[in-house]
Design a binder for this molecule. Structure first.
Ligand SMILES: Nc1nc2c(c(=O)[nH]1)N(C=O)[C@@H](CNc1ccc(C(=O)N[C@@H](CCC(=O)O)C(=O)O)cc1)CN2
Ligand SMILES: Nc1ncnc2c1ncn2[C@@H]1O[C@H](COP(=O)(O)OP(=O)(O)OP(=O)(O)O)[C@@H](O)[C@H]1O
Length: 183
């Protein structure tokens, strides 16, 4: 299957999972590896879920409770890179492109040291499939020392994703059911 067809299939699978009443992150069951990563980070970037994406709010709240400053991505267009800005729970969000909600464009820029990365698909080798704009691949190249943690529903798993030369692998990923980390 080519990438566009795979994206469509994975969006459909995710929609069905949510319509079926899936429950999201249970922070009472935080994987120790994730807790360690969050507690050693000064600035943790999350995202505001759109459509049937899994909501990372419990992870972001946990990061803030562990002392991290929070950040969110700011998107302007498919071709322009995303940038990260500071955000505190309760700060206003405004409508952006692709149906996104995001901080205002004059928010303070920050370099996250951990990036919770939304994924459409993943495999157990920690390859990731995103929206296809290359936004996160480009951000990872710009912020090479940031820890890259993928976030998705368990049903977004595929057997194997063919990695393109520009794909930057994750350090770990988390679903509502599982934490998978490089050994
Ligand atoms: N919640 C969230 N925020 C995010 C991303 C994301 O995947 N999810 N991004 C990830 O890079 C960046 C925004 N980039 C995006 C690039 C393309 C599309 C896009 O093509 N959207 C489809 C429908 C998406 C869907 O239903 O899942 C569209 O508009 O047709 C969306 C976001 C930064 N913020
Ligand atoms: N570091 C980079 N610099 C410039 N362009 C890049 C970079 N990384 C990826 N791209 C471009 O982004 C486009 C989309 O890549 P790809 O299909 O792998 O996105 P994706 O896996 O959906 O990931 P993402 O979540 O990053 O969008 C490709 O055309 C690629 O050339």
């Amino acid at each position: 299957m080519d990438k566009p067809a795979l994206r469509a299939a994975l969006r459909a699978r995710r929609d069905a999972h949510v319509l079926g009443g899936a429950s999201g992150f249970d922070i009472g069951q935080m994987p120790p590896g994730l807790r360690d990563r969050l507690s050693s980070s000064r600035t943790v970037a999350g995202y505001v879920a759109i459509g049937s994406e899994i909501d990372p709010t419990p992870l972001m709240d946990a990061a803030a409770a562990l002392g991290a400053r929070l950040a969110l991505p700011l998107t302007t267009s498919r071709k322009d890179p995303i940038r990260f800005v500071e955000w505190t729970r309760g700060d206003a969000l405004v409508a952006g492109p692709f149906g996104l909600l995001q901080p205002a464009s004059d928010a303070q820029a920050v370099d996250p040291d951990l990036i919770l990365t939304p994924m459409l698909g993943f495999d157990r080798a920690l390859n990731r499939l995103g929206q296809g704009a290359g936004h996160y691949d480009r951000a990872f190249t710009t912020l090479p020392s940031a820890t890259r943690i993928g976030v998705a529903w368990s049903v977004q798993e595929v057997d194997a994703l063919a990695a393109d030369p520009w794909d930057v692998p994750l350090h770990a990923l988390v679903t509502e059911k599982e934490w998978i980390e490089v050994q």
